[in-house]
Design a protein around this ligand. Structure first.
Ligand code: 5GP
Length: 196
């Protein structure tokens, strides 16, 4: 809290390869009432069977591109044939502001770190590429895309490790949730002491 009563929301980018479990970890934290708000991305990817309607704002390419033209995204990328973007502005302000979490891939994370001073990044990585491939199959990813996505994940991990402030290995979900909760507490403490 600053002296003016306005709370400057912390922006935390949680990144890592698709299928690594970053969404699950963040959902668990949000359910606990950890004072987090998730940014809802736009995508041109079709909804997966069983995927919630508000997982994304599902749009067609023309609508997405129009929003790009209008400057409506803080960042956006083309990822394995589909467009994904974080709507702008991602920040809410005022006394009720909650910390905002963006769950996005690594290229978008780099853009957010460049554009938003003070943003923090946590990289979530799998214990191994084989475990990641199994998780992708388990959530219903098309088998033809699994090899591509795993190859992309290995690249992303290399880039992400150079950018991230913290790394969480998602081997055991409960442990990963606890680790991320601890990291968020630390970021909040750092922000509180820098605001004094
Ligand atoms: P999926 O198709 O598996 O839902 O998402 C593919 C990848 O895109 C995941 O790594 C996911 O976190 C990432 N992603 C989702 N929304 C955004 C976004 O708004 N921007 C960026 N850069 N990546 C996103």
């Amino acid at each position: 809290m600053g002296n003016d009563g306005l709370h400057r929301a912390l922006i935390v980018v949680v990144s890592g390869p698709g299928g690594v479990g970053k969404d699950t970890i963040v959902s668990r934290l949000a359910q606990r009432g950890a004072g987090l708000r998730r940014s809802r991305s736009w995508t041109t990817r079709p909804r997966r069977p069983g995927e919630s309607d508000d997982a994304y704002r599902f749009v067609n390419r023309a609508d997405f591109e129009r929003h790009v033209q209008e400057g409506g995204f803080l960042e956006w990328v083309e990822y394995l044939g589909h467009l994904y973007g974080t709507p702008s502005p991602p920040v809410n302000s005022g006394p009720e502001a909650e910390d905002l979490v963006l769950v996005i891939e690594v290229e978008g994370a780099a853009t957010v770190l460049r554009k938003v001073p003070g943003a923090r990044m946590i990289l979530v990585v799998p214990p191994s590429p084989e475990v990641l491939a199994d998780r992708m199959r388990a959530r219903g990813d098309d088998e033809r895309h699994v090899a591509d996505r795993v190859a992309r994940a290995v690249e992303e991990e290399g880039v992400g490790r150079r950018l991230a402030h913290d790394v969480v290995v998602n081997e055991d979900l409960d442990r990963a949730v606890e680790e991320m909760a601890g990291i968020l507490e630390r970021y909040r403490a750092e922000r509180a002491s820098s605001a004094e």
